[in-house]
Design a protein around this ligand. Structure first.
Ligand code: ADP
Ligand code: MG
Length: 518
């Protein structure tokens, strides 16, 4: 278990207009942002007693910071942990126009403006490519929450003209008070391109659905979730983690009318769910609070793990230092200081998958049986290796080679003649490929008629065979126990969104999750 407070970063949006005086000073393990309020501004809406404000952050990105640096320092460590099996969340908080979307998704103009989501997807697949000894899966979902309603941004129908046309995602509570998201589609991505296409689809739906009337982009929250599983090849232990990349609604408050010199905290929120987020943050940052009001809003229910739970969470406070925005910037920084007090307990989400274990044990048993047959010479193979059978074996070899699953096996039984035939097919395919690569001019190898060879069969070793048979018996018992366990489990199976880390890799997930999607 890794105990860690929420890491807070600050990013200052570039501006050409007149700015307030601010300073960034490095301190041990972080940096201070000092904001000086000009005298004249203090007459009106700011408490005129205090003129300087100082806030501590893990790191502060000034106006000239590049997207690349923000990714490397904020997101990369979170994603490394996600790949290792820890949940991660990165959320951007700040007033409208302060750079939340630019930071999380990116700007559309230049490739170098890509934000955290596309860079994360690229990095995840790049990391996977470096671990040929592991198998991985990636699934993606994209949720927009507006006015306490959830919408599935990955609706493949492309028909949405407004937000309300998108499939509505519902928050459901089961009898154990776990929250589930019903109707949120989850999509597999085999590679970076597929994952980026999903992001593009979601952002297109997000844009189309946005109208000046509902001001969806400033008043809604968008949560892009990447579910990652990793597993050593041949192992039945799976690591599963989810990464939430969150673009929150604009944090601006509307000042009450006719108030002069009132404290910022007395102003009213535009967005009720951000108000609930603050309530959760306040409750979490105070000691001895037993009740945390997660359930007051959809967003806090979905992000329950990220706030004080099983997750490594990072916040980016996006700030504008334009003079007219200084009030909001101070409010954003104050909020982040509270967030920095929240402690999370991230657990390694590792579990033994009984289905994989069963498959693995079955494959091992088959191999052991074959080994016994070969060693004891107990079985005579009389079946003729006909041209038809050879063609079938060649086909099996081709299918095996074409199977993208790293853990695919080729099983032709314990008949050494067949095994040899497969080797021959491998060699033939290899030579053909070489030929194709080199040139098509040389004639293909015609001497590949099968030659039947006899084999020396190891002497019958009764002790070893006996031991192997014992192992098989044990494994068969284990398999049937596991199968029974699975049958029982199936009856009670459910999958909470916010608390389970189970990504949608197995049939039970897709069956459950898509059931609501029909
Ligand atoms: P928000 O999502 O917080 O409302 P945006 O990310 O949409 O704000 O930013 C508002 C505008 O400022 C956009 O046009 C965006 O491209 C631009 N912008 C924000 N941050 C930066 C930055 N760091 N560098 C360049 N342009 C930025
Ligand atoms: Mg935005």
């Amino acid at each position: 278990m890794v105990k860690q407070t929420i890491q807070i970063f600050c990013r200052i949006k570039p501006t050409k207009s007149k700015t307030s005086v601010y300073e960034i000073n490095p301190v041990e393990d972080g940096a201070h942002l000092s904001v000086m309020i000009p005298k004249e501004a203090t007459d009106g809406y700011i408490n005129n007693k205090k003129e300087d404000f100082r806030f501590r952050f893990r790191q502060i990105f000034d106006q000239t910071a590049k997207q690349e640096d923000v990714f490397a320092l904020v997101a990369r460590p979170v994603i490394d942990n996600v790949i290792s099996g820890y949940n991660g969340t990165i959320f951007a908080y700040g007033q409208t126009g302060s750079g939340k979307t630019f930071t999380i998704t990116g700007g559309p103009e230049r490739f170098s403006d890509r934000g955290i989501i596309p860079r994360s997807l690229s990095y995840i697949f790049q990391q996977f490519g470096q671990h040929a000894d592991q198998s991985h899966t990636v699934h993606v979902s994209y949720l927009e929450i507006y006015n306490e309603n959830g919408y599935d941004l990955l609706d493949p129908k492309h028909e949405a003209a407004k937000l309300e046309d998108l499939p509505k995602v519902l928050l459901m509570e089961d009898e154990d008070q776990n929250m589930h998201l019903k109707n949120l589609s989850v999509h597999a991505a085999q590679n970076e391109e597929e994952a980026l296409n999903l992001l593009f689809l979601g952002d297109t739906n997000r844009m189309i659905a946005e109208t000046p009337m509902n001001q969806a982009s400033t008043r809604s929250h968008c949560i892009f979730t990447v579910h990652v599983t990793s597993k050593e090849i041949g192992s039945a232990t799976v690591r599963k983690a989810k990464l939430h990349l969150v673009d929150l609604a604009g944090s601006e408050r509307v000042a009450k009318t006719n108030v002069n010199g009132l404290l910022l905290t007395e102003a009213k929120y535009i967005n009720l769910s951000l108000h609930y987020l603050e309530q959760v943050i306040v409750a979490l940052s105070e000691k001895h609070r037993s009740h945390i009001p997660y359930r007051n809003s959809m967003m806090t229910s979905v992000l329950r793990d990220s706030l004080g739970g099983n997750c490594m969470t990072t916040m980016i406070a996006t700030c504008s230092v334009d003079k007219r925005n200084i009030e909001e910037t101070i409010s954003t920084c104050r909020f982040s200081q509270r967030v920095a007090l929240i402690k999370n307990d991230a657990r390694l989400n590792e579990e033994l998958d009984p289905r994989l274990l069963i498959n693995q044990l079955r494959a091992e048993n088959l191999q052991l049986r074959n080994q016994i047959t070969i060693q004891s010479g107990s079985e005579q193979f009389t079946e003729l290796l006909t041209a038809e059978l050879i063609a079938k074996l060649t086909e099996q070899v081709k299918n095996y080679l074409a199977d993208t699953d790293n853990e695919a096996t080729l099983n032709v039984g314990a008949d050494m003649r067949k095994i040899d035939q497969c080797y021959r097919a491998f060699k033939k395919l290899h030579l053909e490929l070489q030929e194709q690569v080199k040139t098509a001019s040389t004639t293909p190898n015609k001497n590949s008629q099968p030659i039947y060879i006899t084999h020396d069969i190891s002497p019958y070793d009764s002790k070893e065979v006996k031991e192997l048979k014992e192992i098989i018996k044990l494994r068969d018992n284990e398999i049937s126990i596991l199968v029974n366990m699975l049958k029982k489990e199936k009856k009670t199976e459910y999958r909470p969104f916010s608390e389970s880390t189970t990504p949608p890799t197995d049939s039970s997930f897709s069956a459950n999750d898509r059931a609501g999607n029909q």
